[in-house]
Write a protein that binds this ligand. Structure first.
Ligand code: NI
Length: 136
């Protein structure tokens, strides 16, 4: 039986969306307030979905305590209260848009969660703006 389990998490982080090779004026035109050179923060809401088969022995899909721990080490400890551009390696040369942050989170979790599970990452940058990435 295929089933999907979810775990929610939350982190706060600062970012700036810009391209180094563009002028401040062009960055403002394309990225709006998110290009503020002084950075700004968002309250990110994360939903991690894990898809697989129920283990007939335990009745579990995945031990949600283990999923919780992976999210803590790979996302919360790594990104919470950080300046994504300056402090998170993956964004050294990658614009920390909600799209790219979701892909980075997926890649980090993919390395930890057993390959028999599919995973999907939904990330809210604001209550109304969010993306989902499934590794496709
Ligand atoms: Ni922003």
């Amino acid at each position: 039986m295929r089933i999907k389990a979810f775990r929610k998490a939350h982190f706060n982080a600062a970012h700036r969306l810009y391209r180094k090779d563009w002028s401040d004026e062009k960055n403002l035109q394309i990225f709006g307030k998110c290009s503020n050179p002084k950075y700004h923060g968002h309250n990110y809401e994360l939903v991690v979905g894990v898809i697989g088969d129920i283990d007939p022995e335990t009745g579990y899909l995945i031990d949600l305590k283990i999923l919780k721990d992976y999210i803590k080490t790979e996302v919360e400890d790594y990104m919470d209260h950080k300046n994504l551009n300056e402090e998170v390696l993956e964004f050294k040369d990658l614009n920390p848009t909600v799209e790219n942050i979701a892909v980075v989170i997926w890649n980090r979790l993919r390395k930890k969660i057993a390959s028999k599970f599919e995973i999907e990452v939904t990330l809210y940058e604001t209550p109304r703006n969010f993306v989902t990435y499934k590794g496709e």
